[in-house]
Ligand binder design. Structure first.
Ligand code: HEC
Ligand code: HEC
Length: 428
């Protein structure tokens, strides 16, 4: 049975096509013996429900970590759109909770529409011109190195600076002692814990299935969704911010962070999942960056290894969704920025006033693009609002920056904690 249960249920109830978080082999992981033969739709739905419930329990269970102190939700806070719970650029993990990560924690919301990673993406939404190659697109993590939520979940469970289990056996043992061990056996077979690899595969399958739950991960419940559906209004400032966000001569933000519903009426995800280089300043607070020779180059490595000989991919990171962005206190792949206003101001003035963002060289000149070796500068995006010269008019005025920030504040889903009080203020 190769049929994906989540895809079946999702297409029945939601109507979306691309579902990278779906379990690859939903019914083949340790399940064959339990459910031989095809499932009816009702059985499939019940199974998705059971795995979603298990995945939800596992997601908040710190006993699945070597420290006993860290669960998925420690880094992916369900009240912050499954993004970071604090303003740290990178979170701590490991057996003694003292090992720093290398990247900012992404939100886990609105990943259901991300296509599987591809180097050549042809968008069916490019009406009349489906032959345009949009380049590298999709996948999970900042560098797109995995495609499925189930495969992704293996990374934190076994990473020495995250949940830090040293083997799948360790995870299986913790699962067998958990409060949901009986539910786990009911779903995956009475002897599942006798086969640690099967238990591990089953666990990541349940986590991947949970990450497909629309109520938890793509509720589309923001004020902007109400507005698009004709059920709510935006203030004059928010509407102006939206105009600037979409104006190709101003913010031009929606050229990457899509803000219009798709042709089939699916609400916008605020990303096209494409890979771009923005030249975000180096973050000195990430311990790995103490080594001047270390660079996180995204798509070309070092976390991702298959494109290490592709210089044209160095410095590119996957465009994140801007839904729930106002809940974050740390921005970009390296968490260098801590207020939304600074992020928008960076877009507006990266090239017109680089001294505002980059440090100085010993000779007093500005160390622009200080986190990317010069050999890769051609990979940096130069489209509006970038691509200007020192001293030019910035892409957005200071007042316009405030309006864009106000618009971004409308993208917060209703079930989330209120925005941090000062999120609109800038520091530079
Ligand atoms: C110590 C903090 C930490 C813990 C614990 C953690 N994660 Fe993450 N997670 C991250 C970071 C950092 C990234 C980005 C990694 C990268 O780009 O290389 C990430 C990425 C992801 C992604 C991809 C998101 C995207 O935008 O494509 C998923 C899905 C995910 N984590 C799920 C989980 C699950 C499930 C667990 C528990 C089994 C978990 N995480 C535990 C820090 C954490
Ligand atoms: C050319 C494509 C492109 C355009 C245009 C663009 N962005 Fe982005 N955006 C990205 C990429 C790629 C990243 C991630 C970069 C990184 O972390 O290195 C990003 C990251 C962000 C983030 C941080 C998200 C997070 O989770 O940390 C915010 C906020 C943001 N963009 C807002 C905007 C706004 C506002 C505009 C318009 C002024 C805009 N973007 C224009 C591609 C784009």
């Amino acid at each position: 049975l190769r049929l994906s249960l989540v895809a079946l249920v999702a297409t029945t109830f939601v109507g979306f096509a691309a579902l990278p978080l779906q379990p690859v082999n939903a019914a083949t992981v340790a399940v064959d013996g339990v459910h031989p033969g095809p499932l009816t739709r009702t059985e499939a739905f019940a199974r998705v429900e059971a795995l979603t419930k298990l995945g939800r329990e596992m997601f908040v269970d710190p006993s699945l970590s070597a420290s006993g102190a860290q669960s998925c939700s420690s880094c992916h806070d369900p009240k912050r759109a499954f993004g970071p719970p604090n303003a740290l650029a990178v979170q701590l993990g490991g057996p003694d909770m003292d090992q720093p990560g290398v990247r900012a924690v992404p939100s886990l919301r609105y990943l259901q529409a991300a296509p599987s990673f591809t180097e050549h993406f042809y968008d069916s939404e490019d009406e009349g011109d489906e032959s345009v190659d949009n380049g590298p697109t999709g996948g999970l993590t900042w560098d797109g190195r995995v495609d499925h939520g189930s495969d992704q979940a293996k990374i934190p469970l076994l990473s020495p600076f995250e949940m830090a289990n040293t083997s799948v056996d360790e995870v299986a043992t913790s699962l067998s002692k958990s409060s949901y061990a009986d539910e786990f056996k009911a779903a995956f077979g009475a002897d599942v814990f006798a086969h640690p690899q099967d238990a591990f595969d089953a666990a990541v399958e349940a986590l991947g299935t949970f990450e497909q739950s629309s109520a938890d991960f793509y509720p589309y419940s923001s004020r902007y969704d109400d507005f698009l559906a004709g059920k709510g209004t935006l203030t004059a400032q928010e509407l102006h911010g939206r105009e600037l966000f979409e104006d190709p001569t101003k913010g031009n933000c929606n050229s990457c962070h899509l803000s219009e519903p798709a042709n089939d009426g699916e609400p916008p995800q605020f990303t096209d999942y494409g890979f771009l280089g923005l030249g975000v300043p180096r973050n000195a607070s990430i311990p790995a960056n103490a080594d001047a020779g270390y660079h996180d180059l995204g798509l070309c490595g070092p976390q991702r290894t298959d494109f290490k000989d592709r210089p044209e991919y160095c410095g590119l990171f996957r465009t994140p969704t801007l839904r729930n962005i106002a809940l974050r206190q740390t921005f970009f792949h390296n968490g260098e920025f801590h207020t939304l206003r600074d992020v928008v101001a960076f877009y507006a003035t990266r090239d017109t006033d680089p001294g505002r963002w980059y440090p100085k060289n010993p000779d007093g000149s500005i160390a622009q693009y200080d986190d990317l070796p010069k050999a890769y500068w051609d990979n940096l995006n130069q489209d509006q609002p970038f691509g200007k010269q020192l001293g030019d008019e910035p892409g957005l005025t200071e007042a316009e920056i405030d309006d864009v920030v106000a618009f971004l504040g409308t993208l917060t889903d209703k079930d989330q904690l209120p925005n941090p009080p000062d999120f609109q203020k800038g520091t530079k």
